[in-house]
Design a protein. Structure first.
Length: 279
């Protein structure tokens, strides 16, 4: 892998990149060791994921970011967190009243709805997408018919879950109803989950804000990811990388393609950056 510039920052997606999609809250020993060596060589890490914060911070701790520094971007860019300082840098929240209106509309469309808060999720049901999120991120779900009674904290994001077939059939109508409530974007994160965030939130925008805060830029960054939410950060980085399992858009944007997550392909990039940093 040819590296033409000094890389100071590595931006990493999690699911389908550093780990199996829905792979729990730990990366493999090989990946963890590689990221530790990379940080020892002086490269800072930003973990950028669609997961809720509770599903990302354990990985940051596993790879030593509390010691080396670095940042977590969660919920597709609605939250940024300084791992070493243990400080939230920004949150782009959804209003409580809007989240309750969204809940009502989704229930009418016979889909399950969940509201993410710092203390966990409150949800109208527990279909496949939410069950997977619960297992992978170790996030507590409270099922209720009375969401207002449990809406006590900042709303980080809202999500919809149903079968892939049902979301295929209702996604357009759902998007129309959500956007009628306010300035929100509706993102099909997986076959069985739709995420709702404030308009303008994205991994790319959050990464750019964090880089600016620490006096860095995309010009000295490498990025690796596999899905639509990763495309812009791959395209804008000095070295943009995807995997063999990456989407067509990621492959088109990337400077380099490594083997799939199943073959721990991200190690090819991690080891190349470590060698280049020590050169």
């Amino acid at each position: 892998m040819e590296i033409k510039t000094k890389i100071k920052t590595l931006i990493c997606d999690l699911d389908g990149t550093l780990m199996m999609p829905g792979g729990g809250i730990q990366v493999s020993e090989n990946i963890a060791d590689g990221l530790l060596r990379l940080q020892e060589s002086g490269v800072m890490i930003i973990l950028a994921s669609a997961r809720v914060f509770q599903g990302v911070i354990p990985v940051a701790r596993q790879i030593g970011m509390e010691r080396f520094g670095g940042y977590v971007i969660a919920q597709n860019g609605t939250l940024a967190y300084d791992v070493k300082a243990k400080k939230t840098l920004f949150v782009h929240a959804i209003s409580a009243e809007d989240s309750l209106r969204m809940w009502e509309e989704c229930v009418k469309l016979k889909a399950d709805f969940a509201i993410a808060q710092p203390g966990g999720m409150i949800a109208s049901g527990f279909s496949e997408g939410f069950a997977l999120d619960h297992a992978n991120c170790e996030v507590d779900y409270l099922l209720t018919f009375h969401p207002r009674d449990h809406l006590k904290e900042t709303v980080w994001k809202c999500s919809v879950s149903a079968s892939a077939k049902h979301l295929d059939e209702t996604a357009d109508e759902l998007s129309r109803r959500i956007k009628a409530i306010g300035a929100y974007q509706v993102i099909r994160s997986t076959d069985t989950v739709i995420d709702i965030t404030p308009q303008g939130c994205s991994k790319d925008a959050a990464v750019e804000a964090v880089l600016r805060l620490c006096g860095r830029s995309y010009d000295s960054a490498a990025a690796i990811g596999d899905s639509g939410s990763d495309v812009q950060m791959i395209r804008r980085s000095a070295l943009g990388v995807t995997l063999e399992n990456g989407s067509a858009a990621c492959r088109a944007a990337a400077d380099h393609i490594v083997p799939s997550w199943e073959k721990e392909g991200s190690l090819e990039l991690i080891e190349a950056l470590t060698a280049h940093s020590g050169a």
